[in-house]
Design a protein around this ligand. Structure first.
Ligand SMILES: [Zn+2]
Length: 432
């Protein structure tokens, strides 16, 4: 019998807050609420934030009446507040509960700080609770393999979100040594694992060596990262025979931004707290994801450029939701690889090809003139068939064309069960 796909709890959350029945929840109704909240936010930042007071000196909140009016507003990017964060603050420093410092990549090594009030944090926890209800059942045990320990970390926020829910949580932190992580897994026996895509794939792969029958207790995995190769998701889901949900998050959202439902057809977004847009769309509707915080108290952001590339869908979700969703996040704009012959592709396309080979647990990509060097990591006793990866890479038109133009691909193999400890856990591309 085919499982009935339950409608995303995100829709129930929105309908409840709007005080309407779920069957009456439409995109138009939601947009009107978002528009009111957008106007209120502009009013608030014009009053409380030094930066926006100046930027919006010629903008009257009452004049924002349509989507087009929003699209005509100025954008905000991270350079606007780096080193200038206090100008964005809308409450006194005393009312700030949590400050997250994000190290930006690139040569500058600069940092950005995002400030949250207690109310902002509670709002994130509320949405996490809603998102988790997609996949948890009473008395489940959850293993969180993402940063924990400190107040306001992902792990701690998950603990708060699930407090009093009857769910037992164990915050392990992100994986450094796969063997140690695996031992933790088999002793805790989680029903749900939350983690970083390639790390969790490595964990499932490691367990396979021991013909790990106990892993049957795993029902769901929630992955969080900026782009998740489909081949990676399929691998985890078949090894553990579980559902693999993706989450779209970033610090500026207050961690949580959107989560898939059982229909696995795009992210149901946190629309009462965040207003999403896609700008500079190409002919396929793919462009940069931009968002505005709608109820943020500490450091609201208006039309903030995420640096992520994505696409919306307005088709009805298999779960029955009629709301617009983010269909796909392709990853960071800076991870677009420009090849010597002018061809462009996204790092996630390389990831998809690389993770197609079962034994790969991680990879790193370097572009040097007409050379593409891919270093793949496998467990010490494993082997890898380089031709499988090369053939899969050649199926990407951009790569195939570049090979004809003289692109050389080198694949290096590294044997290890360790992941970097420095917190740099996302796949990136290095240009030399
Ligand atoms: Zn859905």
């Amino acid at each position: 019998m085919k499982d009935i796909i339950k409608q995303s709890p995100v829709d129930y959350w929105i309908a409840n807050r709007l005080g309407i029945e779920i069957k009456n929840l439409t995109q138009d109704k939601l947009f009107n609420i978002q528009l009111d909240a957008f106007r209120e936010t502009v009013k608030y930042v014009k009053r409380e934030s030094k930066y926006y007071k100046k930027l919006f000196s010629n903008i009257e909140p009452e004049d924002i009446k349509t989507k087009k009016d929003i699209q005509n507003m100025p954008l905000t990017c991270e350079q606007d507040f780096m080193g200038n964060e206090k100008e964005f603050l809308c409450v006194s420093q005393r009312e700030i509960n949590r400050v997250v410092t994000v190290h930006t990549t690139g040569t500058t090594g600069r940092q950005k700080r995002i400030y949250f009030s207690e109310r902002d944090q509670l709002s994130t926890i509320e949405f996490m609770r809603v998102g988790f209800s997609t996949m948890i059942r009473p008395n489940d045990a959850m293993l969180v393999m993402m940063s924990g320990g400190t107040e306001g970390s992902i792990g701690r926020s998950v603990e708060y979100a699930l407090d009093k829910s009857g769910i037992k949580t164990n915050v392990y932190g992100s994986i450094v040594n796969v063997r140690d992580a695996y031992e933790n897994l088999i002793s805790f026996k989680p029903n749900i694992i939350v983690g970083i895509p390639h790390q969790i794939r490595a964990l499932s792969k490691y367990g396979q060596k021991f013909d790990n029958p106990e892993a049957k207790y795993i029902n769901s995995v929630l992955l969080s990262a900026d782009d998740i190769p489909e081949s990676l998701r399929k691998r985890i889901s078949s090894l553990w025979d579980c559902k693999v949900f993706n989450h779209y998050g970033m610090t500026e959202f207050g961690i949580a931004g959107g989560v898939e439902c059982e229909g696995f057809s795009g992210y149901h977004t946190r629309d009462l707290d965040l207003y999403f847009e896609i700008i500079n769309e190409d002919e396929n509707g793919i462009g940069e994801i931009v968002f505005t915080t709608l109820n943020r108290e500490g450091m609201p952001l208006i039309r903030y450029k995420t640096g992520d590339v994505g696409k919306f869908t307005e088709t009805e979700c298999p779960c029955g939701s009629k709301l617009k969703r983010i269909e796909r996040v392709y990853g960071r704009k800076r991870n677009i690889i420009k090849l010597f012959d002018g061809g462009e592709l996204h790092l996630s396309e390389i990831g998809n090809a690389v993770f197609y080979e079962d034994n790969i647990v991680d990879y790193e990509c370097t572009v040097r003139n007409s050379e593409l060097v891919i270093e793949v990591k496998i467990f010490p006793e494993d082997e890898v068939d380089i031709n499988t990866i090369l053939n899969k890479l050649k199926q990407i038109d951009t790569i195939d064309n570049a090979i004809k133009n003289g692109l050389k691909i080198e694949i290096k193999i590294l044997h290890s069960i360790y992941f970097p400890e420095d917190g740099n856990i996302k796949n990136t591309v290095v240009f030399q």
